[in-house]
Ligand binder design. Structure first.
Ligand code: FES
Length: 132
């Protein structure tokens, strides 16, 4: 979990706002796709739950055990994907997450990988389920 007093230098206002006021955190009971990811760099984790209806992401929720950057990236991602079609969501890159956060300190850039990878994992699992 993010430590109290974690150094905040280098974080954008957007990142700090998402960290302090996380959006859409919690469990999505009727999720139709779930992505799990552990960041190999630091061990931070993210579970991303999506409710997909008519090939569109109707709702996203998440649970994360990680630093301020990973919480903020998860929160932002949940807003970024809501309402997107599956093909639009599949084009969301880690660079897009960083850009939407207003940048991240270099030492925390890997938090965007965690968010983007969890999204792509969820979408891949959904496709697998649909095909299977
Ligand atoms: S320390 Fe938070 S994503 Fe790595």
């Amino acid at each position: 979990m993010a430590e109290q007093g974690e150094r905040r230098e280098g974080y954008s206002e957007i990142t700090l706002d998402h960290f302090e006021h996380p959006r859409n955190s919690g469990v999505l009971e009727n999720a139709t796709a779930v992505g799990y990811m552990t960041n190999p760099v630091c061990g931070d984790t993210l579970v991303l739950m999506l409710r997909i209806e008519d090939d569109r992401i109707a709702e996203a929720r998440w649970q994360s055990d990680g630093c301020a950057a990973s919480l903020a990236a998860s929160s932002l991602l949940s807003e970024l994907v809501a309402g997107k079609s599956l093909s639009e969501a599949s084009e969301i890159t880690r660079e897009a997450v960083v850009e939407a956060l207003g940048g991240l300190p270099a030492s925390k850039l890997h938090a965007s990988v965690l968010a983007a990878d969890a999204l792509h994992h969820a979408l891949a699992e959904y496709e697998k389920k649909r095909e299977g």
